[in-house]
Ligand binder design. Structure first.
Ligand code: IMP
Ligand code: MG
Length: 180
């Protein structure tokens, strides 16, 4: 598994230090607010667990599952929701947590749907990574851990065809692995 990684971009300690900063900012911004964190599965699991343990607020956690890649390394452009019931966030402040902002299609579709169908007080996005490039959709993350170039990364929740999520670091996948 590790032999499929070309370079490590962020070691576990680097990620956790950055999460300390992000958590401090979120704790400040959501103090005295009714917050629900909506995690986008499965990519945000490590991020969710490590980040939320650093936020000493009485928040609620919910989750959503969507797919936009369908096994490849490029977004297909259509976002499919995998549940019938959306989170109960009526009258609450919402922070949508995802692993990475690439084209922005996924987060844009999620935020729009929550705003349209669930009557939240506010919806903001928080991602571990953002790719430094133009976005197809009007989605930006107010909170982001690190900015990276336009390369395909895995680990710390991020997958290629559902694998590599359990690596403790974020690294660039060797091109041979996905035939790029
Ligand atoms: P977007 O809709 O193009 O912004 O893509 C967002 C989703 O695509 C993320 O939630 C990830 O699941 C996946 N994704 C985008 N870039 C990468 C990457 O470099 N590695 C792994 N997954 C990625
Ligand atoms: Mg994915």
């Amino acid at each position: 598994m590790v032999e499929d990684i070309e370079t490590i971009l962020f070691h576990e300690q680097t990620i956790l230090s950055r999460l300390d900063e992000l958590a401090a900012q979120l704790t400040e911004d959501y103090r005295d607010k009714e917050l629900t964190v909506v995690a986008v599965l499965n990519g945000s699991v490590m991020f969710l667990a490590d980040l939320l343990r650093r936020i000493p607020l009485p928040l609620k956690i919910d989750a959503l599952s969507v797919s936009s890649y369908h096994g490849g390394t490029e977004s297909t452009g259509t976002v499919t929701f995998h549940q019938d019931k959306l989170p109960d966030i009526d009258g609450r402040h919402v922070l949508v947590l995802d692993d990475i902002l690439d084209t922005g299609l996924t987060l844009h579709a999620i935020c729009e749907k929550l705003r349209r169908e669930c009557r939240p007080l506010s919806v903001e996005c928080c991602v571990l990574l953002t790719k430094r490039k133009g976005r197809a959709a009007e989605a930006e993350a107010k909170y982001a851990g690190f900015e990276i170039g336009d390369e395909f990364v895995v680990g710390y929740g991020l997958d290629y065809d559902e694998r590599y999520r359990n690596l403790p670091f974020v690294g660039v996948l060797r091109r041979e692995v996905f035939g790029g």
